[in-house]
Design a protein. Structure first.
Length: 567
């Protein structure tokens, strides 16, 4: 195994302490208008010519507690070089130097590429000690040594025949839950896919993106709503990785021209995790997105979603009503489905028949009849709802109201003695009313059926280990008009939060409770402005107001509120 002793300190702090960059350089590199999507700090500094390559590599060596060395040809043993795959060394920028007492010393310019160092140890069949050198040294040595060095190997030599060989072990296992740790010592592709899943689950990622480009294969994880780069495997492994994932999800590995969807289940330690897979053909190759649905971290009670005490009591009263429709509004990824599942858990009891229509069914709820809508299979949302209404339901949950027919059936069901919970894509609570009207539902029906609308977003929580007190700027005060009293904080970044300054997320909410006066106004087909004016008069706490309260309590930052919630 490679001798990595773990990280020490942040890269920016190390560069600053050595005098290789200034605070102004770091601010310039971190600015939103200069940093490219997914680009790491060191790469940004290099691109902007704010740091030399040699100083950056030396700082990485300090960060990863590795030696820094200016490697020359005299330090490289050609016999050791000849034993290792040529393309693997070129793509991962690794120069094997010499082997002493069963330990191979190798030079790299990117010690963050953990997969490459682990794969080097496996291929070389010995322990590996890394040293860090400059990128110029790596390119010069690989160019000189590879041109006249004996022997060459292809990546396929150590990847193996994925389509017909190693990937079939999934089927031979005969178990729908694949144990990642049991598969850890198998082929490189299997081990790489398992490592990606292992890291994604451990980092509580919601999604994993595997994205091919002309000369780069990127693996990124969405953690707390933001994409972070995990690794850059060799581009030659792209087809093998995609095939492996397709086999795990029981998809057609020969079909590369059409999108495919599937799912599989893995197990890490004692936790069972559902993974939903989606493939999409692009001009660079198939892109894969994995949705990680970890039951172990699903927050399933209304009480721990960050809803304030007063509004929580109002929500409890709404969901325990015998009829009417309750909407949860917000963009994709704002936690709407989690809120609905929490509400169903709250009212789930033996005396109630609860049915859901979802696409897809994200989590299995005990005691709840869940139906997977499938338009291609002839079971769309309207057809599934009509069938469920003949199943004597007490409560209906609709994964998403997407069209006029679904909206009309939902409203009519709520008027005939059923409690209906559903999600809708709108920017705020009041806009949900006008969205239903625009869909073609009669305003008087909406006024009679609607009981409440909960609009929500997810904000990243400040890392409690490293957050720093901050005084709101004059620009922030002008933006929000006024700020509530309290203690405000800003992110800093530490090892606990992996340098992001944030850890976990919390919801901000806007609850519209439909009163008789509001229902009368809805029935008269009002404008959005008229609805908002009445809602505010009746005490509506907006998303911004809830976010400011959480910022004043030190839970999140004002910058995060600006990023997520428009004022």
């Amino acid at each position: 195994m490679p001798a990595l002793l773990g990280m020490t300190g942040k890269l920016g702090d190390i560069l600053l302490s050595q005098g290789w960059v200034s605070r102004g350089d770091l601010r310039a590199a971190a600015a939103a208008d200069t940093k490219l999507p997914g680009e790491r700090l060191g790469d940004t500094l290099l691109r902007l010519n704010l740091v030399s390559d040699e100083h950056l590599r030396e700082a990485l060596a300090i960060q990863y507690r590795l030696p820094f060395l200016r490697v020359t040809r005299r330090l490289v043993d050609r016999e050791v070089l000849a034993r290792l795959p040529r393309d693997f060394l070129l793509e991962n920028r690794i120069v094997p130097m010499y082997e002493v007492d069963g330990v191979l010393t190798a030079a790299v310019d990117d010690p963050t590429n953990l997969w490459a160092s682990e794969e080097l140890a496996r291929v070389a069949r010995c322990d590996v000690q890394l040293v860090v050198t400059s990128t110029a040294c790596i390119h010069a040595l690989l160019g000189d040594l590879m041109d006249d060095g004996p022997g060459s190997f292809e990546v396929d030599d150590f990847v193996g025949d994925v389509e017909e060989g190693d990937v079939q072990m999934i089927e031979e296992k005969g178990d729908d839950a694949l144990n990642l740790q049991e598969l850890a010592d198998m082929s490189p592709v299997v081990r790489l896919v398992n490592f990606i899943l292992f890291r994604a689950i451990g980092d509580r990622a919601s999604d994993v993106h595997i994205e091919p480009d002309d000369h780069v294969l990127r693996v990124r994880c969405r953690i707390d709503g933001e994409l972070r780069e995990l690794m850059r495997p060799p581009t030659g492994m792209h087809a093998a990785i995609v095939s492996r994932l397709k086999v795990m999800a029981d998809l057609d590995i020969s079909e590369r021209r059409k999108p495919q969807d599937g799912r599989f289940r893995v197990r890490r330690d004692t936790r069972t995790v559902d993974v939903r897979l989606s493939t999409l053909p692009t001009v660079q190759g198939e892109k894969v997105v994995l949705r990680i649905m970890d039951r172990g971290v699903l927050r399933i009670t209304l009480g721990n979603l960050g809803i304030g005490h007063q509004r929580l009591e109002q929500i409890h009263e709404l969901i325990h009503r015998p009829d009417g429709i309750i909407l949860v509004a917000g963009p994709t990824g704002s936690g709407k489905t989690t809120t609905l599942y929490a509400a169903l858990e709250e009212i789930n009891e033996p005396g109630k028949n609860i049915c859901t229509v979802e696409n897809p069914v994200e989590y299995n709820l005990r005691g709840v009849n869940q139906v997977q809508a499938n338009t291609k299979g002839g079971l769309g949302f309207p057809d599934a709802l009509r069938s469920l209404l003949r199943q004597d339901p007490d409560v209906l949950m609709i994964g998403e109201i997407r069209d006029a027919e679904t909206a009309t059936i939902a409203v009519q069901a709520s008027l005939t003695g059923h409690l209906v919970l559903a999600t809708l894509h709108t920017n705020d609570a009041v806009s949900a009313v006008t969205r239903l009207i625009n869909m073609g539902v009669e305003p008087y029906l909406i006024g009679a059926a609607l009981r409440g609308v909960l609009s929500q977003r997810l904000l990243r929580c400040l890392c409690p280990t490293c957050r720093e007190p901050a005084t709101p700027s004059a620009a922030m005060v002008r933006r929000f008009g006024s700020l509530p009293d309290g203690q405000y904080f800003k992110p800093r970044g530490c090892d606990a939060c992996k340098g992001s300054g944030y850890a976990g997320r919390i919801g901000v909410y806007e609850l519209l409770v439909v009163t008789d006066e509001f229902a009368d106004l809805v029935s008269r087909n009002p404008t959005l402005g008229e609805l908002r004016k009445l809602a505010v008069q009746q005490g509506l706490m907006t998303l911004v107001s809830d976010g400011l309260r959480k910022a004043s309590e030190g839970i999140t930052s004002l910058d995060e509120l600006v990023r997520v919630v428009s004022s």
